[in-house]
Design a protein around this ligand. Structure first.
Ligand code: DOR
Ligand code: ZN
Length: 360
């Protein structure tokens, strides 16, 4: 029997376990979009220059909270309860002492691995994980500090659509053999290979899933022409992969949870001869996920994915508030303000079936 779709759903207030907030005017423009839906967010460290130390993370966290306060005042809105969970950017030179400082800070929740050259602002990333970072990874394992992984090889000989599958063999498996107790989050999973690996692997591993990888396949990049606002990294894959990801997200397996990877770039930075990777999904995040879960009749599993599985993996309690979604047409604007510029959100011009009614 087909599930009956409710008119509204009330969830424990969700969290976003993978978010790019940037800095300065962009941070100011985007922070409320996330804070109005999510109680917490894991904030990515790929600023320019990157967030390398606990001190950098402390200063960035203060800028985020100041921007939230100011943006709320300007919008005439109550300041939402929002806790930015900070991360450090792993380099070949990150020291074990820095890991211990991060753990002691109480506000650093993960260390992000960007293979050098894999994506936006990743040039300072790691060149040889097991060669260069042994002592640091050992300290992370000892401290219970999660490693958040951009799981793509950067070898130009590997086809761009195969880079996640090859990463599992070349990096993920040797890493987890060497550090079996290290907590690992396979970020923004995009393939059936990745979903199978995370489902079957032993030890503390989980994965985040973005709305774009649950809702679209790679045809979206070429629909009637080249579509830069659907371009992110890892790139959208073929339909079989999308279906495997949707199955993983809605399976009830606690290893899979919400991470938007919302990544703001101004319109001009995407619409040019070498456009930036990243989809802006923060404003409509929960409506996008609800649309994906509804498509397979599994709205009953949205709360675990969005609000419960993530905190359980990170060893935190779920949020105390709630978020209510109502089944009302929700058109996505063609563009949104971004400082003095504009940003084109994912699926601009399309209409979603869900919108946020209330957060409490
Ligand atoms: O599409 C992406 N955009 N993927 C990433 O890994 C980074 C992100 C960004 O920072 O713009
Ligand atoms: Zn990201």
């Amino acid at each position: 029997m087909a599930a009956v779709t409710p008119a509204r759903i009330r969830l424990t207030r969700p969290d976003d376990w993978h978010l790019h907030l940037r800095d300065g005017a962009v941070l100011h423009s985007v922070v409320l979009d996330s804070a109005q839906q999510f109680g917490r967010a894991i904030v990515m460290p790929n600023l320019k220059p990157p967030v390398l130390t606990t001190e950098d993370a402390r200063a960035y966290r203060e800028r985020i909270l100041a921007a939230l306060l100011q943006a709320s005042e300007q919008a005439g809105a109550q300041v939402p309860a929002f806790d930015p969970l900070m991360t450090l950017y792993l380099t070949d030179r990150t020291s074990p002492d820095e890991i211990r400082r991060a753990r002691d800070s109480g506000f650093v929740y993960g260390v992000k691995l960007y293979p050098a050259g894999a994506t936006t602002h990743s040039d300072a990333g790691v060149t040889d994980l097991l060669g260069q970072c042994q002592a640091t990874l050992a300290a992370m394992q000892d401290c219970g500090m999660p490693l958040l992984v951009h799981g793509e090889v950067t070898d130009p000989a590997v086809d761009v659509f195969d880079r996640e599958a090859v990463f599992i063999e070349r990096v993920m498996q040797p890493l987890r053999r060497a550090f079996p107790e290290l907590k690992v989050v396979f970020e923004h999973l995009t393939t059936a290979d990745g979903a199978a690996y995370v489902t079957q692997a032993e030890g503390p591993i989980a994965a985040t899933l973005t709305p774009q990888h649950l809702l679209y396949n790679r045809n979206a990049l070429f629909k009637g022409g080249l579509r830069p606002h659907w371009y992110c990294l890892p790139v959208l894959k073929r339909e079989t992969h999308r279906l495997a990801l949707l199955e993983a997200a809605t399976s009830g397996n606690p290893r899979f949870f919400l991470g938007t990877d919302s990544a703001p770039h101004p319109r001009g930075a995407k619409e040019q001869d070498c456009g930036c990777a990243g989809c802006y999904t923060a404003r409509h995040a929960m409506a996008l996920y609800a649309t994906a879960f509804e498509s397979v009749g599994r709205l009953d599993r949205l709360e675990a994915f969005a609000s419960l599985n993530g905190p359980a993996f990170y060893g935190l309690a779920p949020n105390s508030g709630t978020l209510t979604l109502e089944r009302v047409a929700n058109p996505i604007p063609q563009e949104l303000p971004l400082g003095d510029d504009v940003i084109v959100p994912l699926a601009a011009g399309e209409s979603l079936a869900w919108r946020i009614e209330a957060a409490a």
